[in-house]
Design a protein around this ligand. Structure first.
Ligand code: ADP
Length: 495
């Protein structure tokens, strides 16, 4: 029973987790964010536009009404100029005329006498009361018309001075238009406007959804292709006909994929080359051993000769494995460099001394020329390997009685090593390939001299690790020159 409840709870938890994750994914989607931002902008724009128009319209109505009320007030005040005093006007039925005007136009009229007392109020509210109105007070002192909208009362008010028939200031006329009714009308219009706003916003949002869908279609396509590629369809490419940003992403992605495919291909080629190279000595060993086995009464000299051949094939095999290991170790990381300050003159002299016996076998003249003492920050072991490889090649691929010249020079930034020989040279079509792994111009000759085809690949890797460059110039049957330029000071992670 308890287990059942636990299981049900677990299921529920998984369900909610999944729901939450998909909700989170939806919220995090570019199109959702885009829609949210655009929706806020659209709604704000629509509301602000309506509010703005409403405000401007309301203000213009108030201004117009204020002018009308002021005119009316002036006209009514002018009526008093026919009489000598307020009482005289009152006796001539002025008050009843004011009342009917007020009722007809819904304008409240008040007459304030010189004692600040309301002598006439067409709404009969303030009659005989003292008025406390700053606008009225101002007219008592400056006799100037004044009008405006009072937000507190919601009235449009105009106050004008009243003069008698002899032009004497006798009172102030205050006219009030109750604006709340106009405001109510505005409210009605507002609520109608709200409905229109809602409709416009809804239409805009619907258009937004459609627009965003079409705008984001290329992104969706890119995502589909990327997911296909990640599922293993590495030949698929993103079409580059789209927005600038997508085109840039597509270009970069396609380039990365092309390079990845090339790397894959070259790796496969390398593995097949390695297998082939490793198989060759083993096949020779097998053939040698089998021929010894199948022959009877083999003389000891033949045995020894065959055994000698087997040993040299084994040596070759271990040389290939050794070179391969060197290459693989270098591929891993630059951190394997053990950089120290090294006297390059000493290093070159020592290395040349070691290969001298090889040169002597072919009566090759080995010459070292140094233009200045050079101390550089390098990996001594690896640089020795570079020089040995290059000089050994110059001897291996040289003619009898030839020469090999090695020179060392430097400026304030780099040191330069040049290995020049009078050898067989490299055909033009092979020059660009000699640094490739296992590439040999003449396979038979390279095998004869114990070459693996990996020497120059190792050399180039080591030079690159030191942030240097290596160039080759060669002419068939004239000779070959390798020139290296390496920074005197090693800088890690130099671009
Ligand atoms: P290998 O082990 O065959 O010498 P390398 O990688 O050292 O392999 O050299 C690749 C190929 O470049 C060699 O097989 C050879 O054909 C050519 N090569 C290298 N150095 C020289 C040189 N100094 N003169 C002529 N050919 C050379």
């Amino acid at each position: 029973m308890f287990n059942k409840i636990k299981k049900r709870n677990d299921h529920r938890k998984i369900f909610f987790d999944r729901e939450f994750q998909s909700f989170f994914r939806f919220i995090n989607k570019y199109s959702t964010r885009q829609f949210a931002v655009m929706a806020v902008i659209v709604a704000t724009a629509v509301i602000c536009t309506f509010e703005g128009f409403e405000y401007i319209y309301r203000q213009s109505v108030i201004t117009r009404q204020t002018a009308v009320i002021q005119n009316e007030a002036v006209l009514i005040a002018a009526e008093y100029s026919n009489y000598e005093s307020l009482e005289a006007a009152e006796n001539n039925d002025m008050n009843s005329r004011l009342s009917s005007y007020s009722a007809l136009n819904q304008i409240r009229i008040r007459i304030v006498n010189l004692n600040y007392v309301v002598s006439v109020d067409t709404y009969s509210i303030d009659t005989n009361k003292t008025i406390l109105n700053p606008r009225v007070f101002d007219i008592f002192s400056n006799h100037k018309n004044s009008s405006g909208y009072d937000k507190k009362t919601g009235n449009i008010q105009a106050a004008v001075p009243v003069y008698n028939d002899s032009g004497k200031f006798i009172a102030v006329l205050v006219a009030d238009l109750d604006y709340t009714e106009i405001d109510a009308m505005f409210h009605d219009v507002n609520s109608q406007n709200n409905n229109i706003k809602l409709v416009i916003i809804t239409i805009c949002l619907a258009l937004l959804i459609v627009g965003i869908y079409f705008l984001n279609r290329p992104i969706k396509r890119v995502l589909d292709i990327v997911s296909n590629v990640s599922a293993g369809h590495t030949d698929e490419r993103i079409p580059v006909r789209s927005y600038t940003e997508i085109r840039e992403i597509a270009d970069d992605f396609n380039n990365i994929m092309d390079r990845a495919n090339e790397t894959d291909q070259s790796r496969a080629e390398f593995v097949s080359n390695v297998s082939h190279e490793l198989k060759t000595p083993i096949t020779s060993i097998k053939v040698l051993a089998e021929s010894l086995n199948t022959q009877e009464n083999v003389p000891i000299e033949v045995y020894q000769e065959f055994m000698q051949d087997i040993v040299s094939e084994i040596d070759r095999e271990s040389k290939i494995i050794e070179d391969l290991l060197t290459l693989v170790r270098m591929d891993k990381s630059v951190a394997t460099l053990n950089v120290t300050s090294v006297n390059m003159n000493d290093l070159l002299e020592m290395t040349l001394k070691r290969v001298k016996p090889l040169a002597q076998k072919k009566n090759i003249e080995l010459l070292f020329e140094s233009f200045r003492p050079v101390v550089a920050q390098i990996d001594e072991v690896k640089m020795t390997q570079v020089i040995s490889n290059l000089v050994e090649n110059s001897i291996k691929y040289n003619v009898e009685d030839g020469w090999v010249h090695v020179s060392l020079n430097a400026d304030y930034q780099y040191f330069y090593i040049r290995v020049e020989d009078s050898g067989i040279g490299i055909p033009e079509e092979s020059i660009n390939k000699i640094f490739e792994r296992f590439y040999r111009v003449d396979k038979a000759r390279s095998r004869e001299t114990g070459g693996t085809g990996l020497g120059l690949a190792i050399v180039r890797n080591i030079i690159l690790m030191h942030h240097g460059t290596i160039k080759v110039h060669s002419e068939e049957n004239i000779g070959t020159t390798f020139t290296m330029r390496i920074p005197l000071n090693y800088v890690e992670n130099q671009q």
